[in-house]
Design a binder for this molecule. Structure first.
Ligand code: NAD
Length: 269
């Protein structure tokens, strides 16, 4: 736990908290004093490990199962959180999947699966969180904002990605969903932002870092010269959730080691 935790007395829901970036976000929010609800889809053991890691640093957490793309399951998860903690202050919509295929071969199932989890899942969770934030309003002793929504986007909200049209579409969609929500919810003192991770070392992209050859090729796209870690994203999420970023809404904070800086132009293009 940090010496001066910024998220004390706040409840945070992190979707997909059973692996990868979600674990880094859960731990960073807990280290900053938030009580963390660790959502998982099928990996109960992973979620239990995240809860145990949070308890080990003196934090509080519990795990709750829900498929974020299914409305009844999302509603039940929010009911569960209300029963357990009374309210919610922070949502990190992190769940996401890839189902890669060349555009010519992409099936409707592959398209729908990615859009359902990555975009509809974020819509459903953000809507439920926003309803709770607006109903409850600001609690000045807890935070300057009534609530904070953080969408896990990607550098692929701006970088086109051949072979991953469904994924890039979902992330581009998150960008305007986030900005439109931010515009609509600002008068209610709800802040909405995205994080745009670059390449972070997690199970979703193991083929990009699993061998030395693949990693070297990936590093050509990262001016800062290293692959990112879940902690890198956790720290950004904790800041965006805290009052230190109280004037920040409707923006994507890229945490990508410079991947969006067009590294191909570094030597004059
Ligand atoms: P990951 O595969 O480790 O995590 C994805 C998480 O989503 C898992 O916890 C999984 O259980 C959860 N999930 C999948 N389907 C779900 C469903 N239907 N309902 C609820 N949860 C579900 O990969 P990750 O890299 O940690 O990805 C986390 C987020 O970060 C994703 O949105 C991903 O698009 C984004 N991202 C990752 C990278 C990267 O380089 N790793 C880069 C940019 C963006």
């Amino acid at each position: 736990m940090k010496a001066q935790p910024r998220l004390r007395n706040q409840v945070a829901l992190v979707t997909g908290g059973s692996s990868g970036i979600g674990v880094g976000v859960c731990l960073a929010l807990a280290a900053d004093g938030a009580k963390v609800v660790v959502n998982y889809h099928s990996d109960e053991e992973g979620a239990d490990k995240t809860v145990a890691a949070i308890e080990k640093i003196g934090g509080e957490a519990y795990a709750v199962r829900a498929d974020v793309s299914k409305e009844p399951e999302v509603l039940a998860m929010f009911e569960d959180i209300k029963k357990r903690y009374g309210t919610l202050h922070i949502l990190v919509s992190n769940s996401g999947i890839q189902k890669d295929a060349s555009f010519l071969d992409m099936t409707l199932d592959e398209w729908n699966a990615v859009l359902n989890v990555n975009l509809t899942g974020q819509f459903l969770c953000a809507r439920e969180a926003a309803r709770e934030f607006v109903k409850r309003g600001v609690q000045p002793e807890i935070s300057k904002a009534a609530g904070k929504i953080i969408c896990m986007s990607s550098v692929h909200e701006v970088i086109p990605w051949a072979g991953h049209v469904n994924y890039a579409t979902s992330k581009g969609g998150i960008m305007l969903m986030m900005k439109s929500m931010a515009q609509e919810l600002a008068p209610h003192k709800v802040r909405v932002n995205s994080i745009g991770p670059g390449a972070i070392q997690t199970p979703i992209n193991e083929e990009a870092w699993g061998t030395k050859k693949a990693l070297n090729k990936l590093l050509e796209l990262i001016p800062y010269g290293r692959i990112g870690q879940p902690d890198d994203i956790g720290e950004v999420a904790a800041w965006l959730a805290s009052d230190e970023s109280d004037y920040v809404t409707g923006t994507t904070l890229f945490a990508d080691g410079g991947m969006t800086l067009y590294p191909g132009f570094a030597d004059n293009g």
